[in-house]
Design a protein around this ligand. Structure first.
Ligand SMILES: CC(C)(COP(=O)(O)OP(=O)(O)OC[C@H]1O[C@@H](n2cnc3c(N)ncnc32)[C@H](O)[C@@H]1OP(=O)(O)O)[C@@H](O)C(=O)NCCC(=O)NCCS
Length: 152
């Protein structure tokens, strides 16, 4: 397995956008599959936020994604955020999400940030196991979410 910035594999952008829309489209009112893909194309950076990463198997097939972005939680001034961590069901429980989280942490550190944030409704234990600190719970667009942070 290896992890690369999406800008090195633009052919994978449509699949990454489709995963993200299916998983989190409801959290982004007005978003469509096409607008999510357009936003993703703006995240194809290496040396500045936002950056989307992809995990690739030994045949360079897509097996996961995660992103480093600004302003994930509307109205919240904290930045930057780890977001859009997704591993397809057939590849779960093999440490791929953990490796993606570490990659995003390292990218944020490299770009000079000393703290990183995330919110999750589905996997707080995953991040707690990787050293993230639980902050507040709150309701956000119909979900009960846990905000977490990590000192870099
Ligand atoms: C959550 C998700 C990214 C985990 O991917 P993964 O590659 O299976 O995760 P890892 O293999 O790196 O798991 C690392 C650890 O976290 C645990 N873990 C994984 N998913 C978890 C979850 N949803 N809840 C609690 N613990 C979880 C694993 O059991 C593992 O623990 P271990 O090291 O003690 O064995 C994946 O299930 C997914 O894409 N889910 C749908 C999208 C989603 O919920 N993303 C997170 C939004 S913030």
């Amino acid at each position: 397995m290896k992890i690369a910035p999406l800008v090195e594999r633009p052919d994978l952008a449509a699949q990454v956008a489709a995963w993200g829309f299916a998983e989190w489209g409801h959290l982004n009112p007005g978003q469509t599959p096409a607008s999510r893909l357009a936003e993703l194309r703006e995240e194809m950076n290496v040396d500045r936020v936002p950056i989307t990463f992809v995990a690739l198997d030994d045949h360079d097939g897509l097996i996961g994604t995660a992103a480093l972005i600004f302003d994930d939680l509307e109205g919240d001034p904290r930045n930057p955020w780890l977001a859009s961590v997704f591993v397809p069901p057939a590849h779960r429980k093999k440490g791929i999400a953990s490796a993606l989280v570490r990659t995003v942490e390292e990218a944020a550190r490299r770009l000079g940030y000393s703290r990183l944030y995330l919110f999750t409704s589905t996997a707080p234990d995953l991040y707690a196991g990787l050293g993230w600190r639980a902050l507040e719970w709150r309701d956000y667009r119909g979900e009960h979410i846990q905000v977490m942070d990590r000192k870099l």
